[in-house]
Design a binder for this molecule. Structure first.
Ligand code: FES
Length: 132
């Protein structure tokens, strides 16, 4: 004869195990790979002056704080590792907890990020932008 009490206990244990394995607090949009060095990212005309563009595949954000000056940073937020998703109004924005970084130097402007976005080396040759 079956013991209904055991089923209840087993369901509770499985539920607790599943909850313990949840991904709470971890970024949901982590790309799995980064582009190799010397990868062509794009062209200078793709980067708006005073703003920038996120290259998801390469996990790089390229900005143009002033006309003709290009900067590049990791697109991985220094708070908990989400990928930044927006560049607007002079900041690079993370959607997870609201961190904002300056397009000028990657410094933290707002939010819980503990450090600036790490810089990335790029080469601008003609109108081509290459990850160094
Ligand atoms: S991961 Fe928390 S603000 Fe970006």
């Amino acid at each position: 004869m079956e013991q209904p009490g055991r089923r209840v206990v087993l369901a509770v244990v499985l539920g607790a195990t599943a909850a313990g394995c949840s991904q709470y607090g971890e970024p949901k949009n982590k790309p799995s790979q980064t582009a190799p060095a010397n990868a062509v990212l794009g062209t200078t005309d793709e980067i708006p002056v005073g703003e920038g563009k996120i290259f998801d595949q390469s996990q790089v954000v390229v900005t143009q704080p002033v006309k003709g000056t290009f900067k590049a940073f990791s697109s991985t937020c220094t708070h908990q590792g989400c990928q930044v998703t927006t560049v607007a109004n002079g900041t690079i924005d993370c959607p997870c907890h609201g961190s904002k970084y300056s397009v000028k130097d990657g410094s933290v402007v707002a939010g819980p990020a503990p450090r600036p976005l790490p810089p990335k080396q790029i080469t601008v040759s003609g109108d081509s932008i290459t990850l160094s």
